[in-house]
Design a protein around this ligand. Structure first.
Ligand SMILES: *Cc1c(COP(=O)(O)O)cnc(C)c1O
Length: 225
């Protein structure tokens, strides 16, 4: 299937999830994760109507950034080493993986202006995953105040690898509760409106639990045919 056909299917699933959750589909941004695919495939996604692209490595981002003419909104979704910040900082619109003060410091130092950040949370507390433990998140966000270029636009998480739908749902719900808690702090540098959660296998559940950004790779731009 081509990207346009897959996008159509995904849009239908999003509409159905929104109907169930009594949400407006306009609240959900689809980020096409192009980390596995060619520039050509990324171009196909843009031609199909996708406006947001996500990459998880600086090399992949730079390659596509340099070639693609219709500049999409760029999301950096991967673990970010501090020494790589300078490579991507003036190319991306959102960084989804802010998870430590030293990284905030580097982003703040290198950015030319305000930069949209999402704080990554390891809700499921798996050893293999990056991100803050849920109990640390509110204090961490408060501690970002001195970094005047960082705007905390939301939170990001990855659900655990499991077939247990309830476990996945609980993970997403916990992220939403944390988001609401931060909003209740009324911090001018942390409007925290976005919830970046849901990938190919679990975006429907994520939307039912309030996702505003879904990061979809395989199901949207994955294998041809
Ligand atoms: C790869 C990746 C995705 C997309 O994964 P799919 O399962 O292919 O949809 C989403 N988010 C992050 C952080 C990723 O690294």
């Amino acid at each position: 299937m081509n990207v346009a056909a897959k996008l159509e299917q995904i849009r239908q699933q999003i509409n159905e999830a929104c109907r169930k959750a009594e949400r407006n589909p306009d609240e959900v941004t689809i980020i096409a994760v192009t980390k596995y695919v060619s520039v050509q495939r990324a171009k196909e996604a843009l031609e199909a109507g996708i406006q947001h692209l996500g990459e998880n490595r600086d090399e992949g981002l730079l390659e596509k950034w340099n070639i693609l003419q219709d500049k999409p909104v760029w999301h950096y979704i991967g673990t970010l080493q501090s020494r790589k910040v300078k490579n991507i900082i003036d190319k991306v619109d959102y960084i989804h993986s802010l998870d430590r003060l030293s990284l905030a410091e580097e982003i703040n130092k290198r950015a030319n202006g305000p930069i949209n950040c999402l704080v990554q949370v390891n809700v499921s507390q798996e050893e293999s995953k990056h991100g803050l433990h849920p109990e640390e998140v509110v204090d961490f966000v408060r501690s970002l105040r001195p970094f005047e270029k960082i705007r905390v636009q939301g939170l990001m998480t990855m659900a655990p690898l499991t077939n247990d739908e309830q476990v996945i749902r609980d993970c997403f719900r916990r992220l939403r509760e944390l988001r609401d808690q931060i909003q209740d702090c009324h911090l001018d540098f942390a409007p925290c409106t976005e919830l970046s959660m849901g990938m190919s296998n679990d975006f429907v559940i994520a939307i039912e639990e309030g996702a505003t950004m879904v990061r979809i790779g395989t199901a949207l731009v994955g294998e041809d045919g």
